[in-house]
Ligand binder design. Structure first.
Ligand code: CP
Ligand code: NVA
Length: 305
């Protein structure tokens, strides 16, 4: 594995499988009270330039469970908010801490941080990618369906950070991936280029959710407007009435299909309350698995192996 987890494009299929295997073990150890304190004496700096509930709590709790210490740095309250260069922040934190988790806007900022840091950097969400979330999603699907290869994953909605990471993660694991999004809201061109280069799994991008969801084993959606995206009203007009996971659409998926949502969810927008509640167990298992998947990443990048 590389020093950092910046985006799933940087990982091999073997890397992802390794993380998921360690994540399963972490979950087992936690549930059975078995020790896994491989971060004893280690510190993770967590920089947040956007809001968070799951990412902040699961990283902080995960590091604690592994015997380490996590510290929260708000983008606004630290010197980052006053314009200190990210390259300087990277070099300073590298002298105090053993790893950095960052949630911010531009992927370039995370890449820059990793370039100057001598310690591992983990992407806790950018406008481009949400790798930790998708590792948890893949873990949840594998847990319930017992495999990933050969399953069909369908994403309906905005071609955002979640869509980008699901396309890359799904295809790398041998899943067929179909995406339905409105014109003008396609996934990132770097991701579409990657999808084109894949030969052992199928990728389709279309405008019609009914076409995309046909026979899907896993149905995933996300908010119409992500953090930092201003034009909520314009987006509503592009998505409303079509890009919603509801009972009618779910009838076209494979019987027994799973539903995943990274949360927070906007009921009545990208997903109905009925579909959400019918799949709440899967969705909250996915939220729980953030903890286990991230502990796997932390142990592989920062732990005493
Ligand atoms: N899914 C997710 O990343 O949640 P938070 O924004 O609460 O961290
Ligand atoms: N796409 C959403 C995910 C939130 C976890 C956002 O970036 O706001």
């Amino acid at each position: 594995m590389k020093k950092d987890l910046l985006k799933l494009l940087d990982l091999t299929r073997e890397d992802i499988t390794k993380i998921l295997d360690v994540a399963d073990q972490m979950k087992y150890n936690q549930k059975h009270g078995l020790p896994h304190d491989c971060l004893k004496g280690k510190t993770l700096a967590m920089i947040f330039e956007k809001n968070s509930t799951r990412t902040r709590v699961s990283f902080e709790v995960g590091v604690y469970q592994m015997g380490g210490h996590a510290l929260f740095l708000s983008g606004k309250e630290s010197q980052i908010g006053r314009g200190e260069p990210i390259a300087d922040t990277a070099r300073v934190l590298s002298r105090y801490c053993d790893g950095i988790m960052i949630r911010t806007y531009a992927q370039a900022e995370v890449e820059e941080l990793a370039k100057y840091a001598t310690i591992p950097v983990i992407n806790g969400l950018t406008d481009f990618a949400h790798p930790c979330q998708v590792l948890a999603d893949l873990m949840t699907v594998r847990e319930k369906m017992t495999r990933l290869e050969g399953l069909k994953l369908c994403f309906i909605g905005d071609g955002n950070n979640m869509a980008n990471s699901l396309i890359v993660g799904g295809l790398k694991c041998g899943m067929d991936v179909s995406v339905a999004c409105p014109e003008g809201y396609d996934p990132d061109p770097r991701v579409l280029d990657f999808a084109k280069s894949v030969t052992d799994a199928k990728f389709t991008l279309c405008r019609d959710p009914e076409e995309a969801i046909a026979d899907a084993d896993v149905v995933i959606t996300d908010v119409w407007a992500s953090m930092g995206q201003e034009e909520a009203q314009k987006r509503r007009m592009a998505f409303e009435g079509v890009y919603q996971v509801n009972d009618t659409l779910m009838k076209l998926a494979h019987p027994g299909a799973m539903v995943q949502h990274c949360l927070p969810a906007h009921r009545g927008e990208e997903i109905t309350a009925e579909v959400f509640e019918a799949h709440a167990d899967e969705i909250f298992e996915e939220a729980e698995n953030r903890l286990h998947a991230q502990k796997a990443v932390l142990s592989l990048l920062m732990g005493e192996n």
